[in-house]
Design a protein around this ligand. Structure first.
Ligand code: ADE
Length: 230
């Protein structure tokens, strides 16, 4: 079974609509839709915005549905100047940019106990997503995706994340979803389409660009599961 998590309705609603033989169940306030998605059995959920909601959703999904793999999809702020609105970043690792115990000697971003800053994503899933993005014809980049409980909308914050983590995109869930998958030994990956430049600048039309970006990220997943013919 494939688990798919997005933070907002717009990021998952078209995939939920494509599920056949659908059943639905609510756990901890999150609706989990289970059914057939192309070649795969899938469970799709909107987790809500931020690291805590996404962690609750991921843990519940793993314990209840035992997915073989989890993909986090959706939109993100762009930190890679070679990319534009609608382009895609596929994560080779995820980091939590607001995790900081550096006053006690840890590197910035270090997750205590598991002692990792960047959690690697599953290589086979990443490669399959790269093939899907290429087939859909969307411009893309592969690299670090950074998560934190804040909407990044200033050059200062953007530069902090780029400098410390060499990240290509920032969002608010991929790092925590990866963290939960890591401690449960569940393969995961994150794919995000760019909705804004993370600087609060003139290019900021979040509702319009989010629609374009969300459609691009769901199209890649449709290709991934074999239901987008082109
Ligand atoms: N999701 C989309 N754009 C974002 C941004 N600039 N910061 C955090 N999360 C985002």
């Amino acid at each position: 079974m494939l688990g798919i998590i997005g933070a907002m309705d717009i990021e998952v609603e078209s995939l939920k609509a494509l599920l056949t033989n659908k059943t639905e169940e609510s756990i901890s306030g999150i609706d989990f839709c289970v059914g057939d998605l192309g070649n795969e059995k899938a469970v799709v959920a909107k987790c809500g915005i931020g690291k805590v909601f996404s962690a609750i959703c991921t843990e519940a999904m793993i314990l209840k549905y035992k997915p073989d793999m989890i993909i986090n999809i959706g939109v993100a702020g762009c930190l890679d100047e070679t990319l534009d609105i609608g382009d895609v970043v596929i994560a080779d690792s995820v980091v939590q940019h607001d995790m900081d115990i550096s006053p006690l000697g840890d590197p910035v971003g270090m997750l205590s106990d598991i002692n990792i800053v960047k959690i690697p994503t599953n290589v086979e899933m990443k490669n399959k997503l790269i093939e899907a993005v290429k087939a859909v014809g969307i411009n893309y980049s592969v690299g670090v995706i950074a998560s934190g409980d804040q909407f990044v909308a200033s050059d200062d914050k953007k530069n902090y994340i780029k400098t410390n983590f060499d990240a290509k995109a920032c969002e608010m869930e991929g790092g925590s979803i990866g963290h939960v998958c890591y401690v449960n030994n569940v393969p995961f990956t994150v794919i995000r389409a760019m909705s804004d430049k993370a600087n609060g600048g003139a290019t900021m039309d979040f509702p319009t660009f989010t629609k374009i970006a969300a459609r691009n990220s769901t199209n890649v997943i449709k290709k991934f599961v074999g239901i987008l013919e082109e």
